[in-house]
Design a binder for this molecule. Structure first.
Ligand code: GLN
Length: 455
């Protein structure tokens, strides 16, 4: 199995992988074989998995899609990588992503864009574009991804695969290169909800090495996420937020999502009109909080402890400046500047503190809405995948396309994307559409069950 996928990866022209090392993968596959021989194999033993290059791995380089870490090899594994290793899964390699997970089209990677396997003129989405493209092209049967403001759900949608962002704090961030710590959350991507359920079972659980990890007492225990897969949907109340079907939603996406909702009605669910009134504020709120946290997290890349160091400089300050100017790409620099600005004395109250207050109101909106429904459904993104090269000169237009995913992240709720059809895009061939399913805290098993019934 490992050989099969390594061959597919080597033959692929999608630029989904940043680092493959067949000898390392085959050694893990050999260890998996030995577990079968010793009758100590589990359900995932021997199954290959590829990791987003945000998770650090012993052996494989960990670049976060940045020139800053182009040659970085971690001395330890991320908790998520460690747990999949303990389950006997085989690491296939490291997957391309937007630099430090900042972006929604994978075009911010220092190592080039990833192509969408459905239409190579289209972006795969981002920031987990390599993960989504690899799953869609069957270069990997399973992948890890991270979602700070949509980066699991939106690329899954653009590439027609399934991905779930769990409740914030359920999956350890230890060894996940930090972007915005109060939002970053790891999760699995695969073909189906059933596969995601099996993968997620290995990922969740308290980790003392992550200070925001939810504890067992808070309910963050390993659970069987496949338990609701056979659960019928009769009586399920699906909230349909009017703000997710307003101006800006492309008609092809709306048609595919409404057809999926009709399918759920046939399966016994009822649709409930709900409102999430602060949806549009999620964009300014997220694009204050995420850069603020990023500016702080990325201060560690100073050219001293690890990462890129400029070759010529006058003094220490000059070395910092040149190393960071050379190592970070444009979008990362932009966010460091925005983040530093909103945290400045004098602006902090006006921007950062205000954003934190609205963040709370966004979370309250969800609780009010979830009083009248069991889950919320809508589109993942306003359009299908856009063309490669589009939106690169206009970052704000890319930020606006995050409108349906940011609030879930700000509230820390679980959300997933499942394929629900195709749209035409502007000009080219058929491009996938994703249906978003959002639930209350710890509702991952319910979301996966609902998704499986549809699939
Ligand atoms: N597109 C969003 C951003 O650029 C979300 C990225 C993410 O979830 N990592 O920040």
């Amino acid at each position: 199995l490992t050989q099969h996928y390594l061959q597919r990866a080597a033959a692929s022209d999608l630029n989904a992988f940043l680092h493959i090392d067949p000898a390392l993968s085959l050694a893990q596959a050999g260890a998996a074989d030995a577990r079968f021989a010793a009758a100590s194999a589990g359900p995932l033993t021997g199954i290959p998995i590829a990791h987003k290059d945000i998770f650090v791995t012993e052996g494989w380089r960990s670049t976060a899609g940045s020139k800053m870490l182009a040659n970085y090899v971690s001395p330890f594994n991320a908790t998520v990588v460690e747990r999949f290793g303990q389950a006997g899964m085989v690491t296939l390699g490291k997957l391309n992503c937007d630099e430090f997970a900042m972006g929604s089209s994978n075009q911010n990677s220092a190592f080039g864009a990833v192509l969408n396997p459905w239409d190579k003129l289209a972006v795969p989405g981002g920031s987990s574009g390599g993960s989504a493209a690899a799953i869609a092209a069957r270069i990997a049967p399973a992948a890890t991804a991270t979602d700070t403001g949509g980066s699991i759900r939106q690329p899954a949608s653009f590439c027609g695969v399934t991905g779930i962002k769990p409740t914030y704090g359920r999956v350890s961030r230890f060894g996940m290169i930090a972007f915005a710590s109060s939002l970053d959350q790891g999760g699995p991507m695969a073909q189906t909800a059933e596969d995601c359920a099996m993968l997620l079972g290995e990922m969740v659980g308290f980790d003392e090495r992550d200070s925001t990890s939810l504890t067992a007492a808070q309910g963050n225990v390993r659970e069987d996420f496949t338990r609701d897969l056979a659960e019928p949907l009769a009586g399920l109340r699906i909230g349909v937020p009017k703000e997710y079907f307003g101006e800006g939603l492309a008609s092809d996406v709306e048609a595919a999502v409404r057809a999926a909702l009709e399918q759920f009605v046939k399966l016994g669910a009822t649709l409930v009109d709900i409102s999430l009134p602060k949806t549009s504020q999620s964009i300014p709120v997220y694009y204050i909080i995420a850069p603020a946290e990023a500016s702080s997290n990325l201060s560690r890349f100073d050219g001293v402890r690890y990462g890129h160091r400029a070759s010529e400089y006058k003094d220490l300050a000059d070395m910092y400046k040149k190393s960071r100017a050379e190592g970070f790409g444009r979008e990362v620099q932009r966010r460091i500047m925005v983040g530093t600005y909103v945290l400045c004395h004098g602006y902090y109250d006006a921007y950062y503190l205000k954003a934190q207050k609205i963040r709370r109101l966004i979370a309250d909106d969800f609780q009010a809405a979830l009083a009248s429904c069991d889950v919320i459904m809508g589109p993942v993104a306003p359009t299908v995948a856009w063309d490669l090269g589009e939106k690169t000169d206009d970052p704000v237009s890319a930020y606006l396309a995050d409108i349906y995913t940011l609030s879930t992240s700000l509230a820390g709720l679980p959300g997933m994307s499942i394929p629900c059809g195709f749209g035409q895009g502007d000009k080219n061939g058929q491009r996938p559409v994703g249906l978003q399913i959002i639930g209350n805290y710890f509702a991952e098993a319910k979301l996966l069950g609902i998704a499986h019934q549809y699939q």
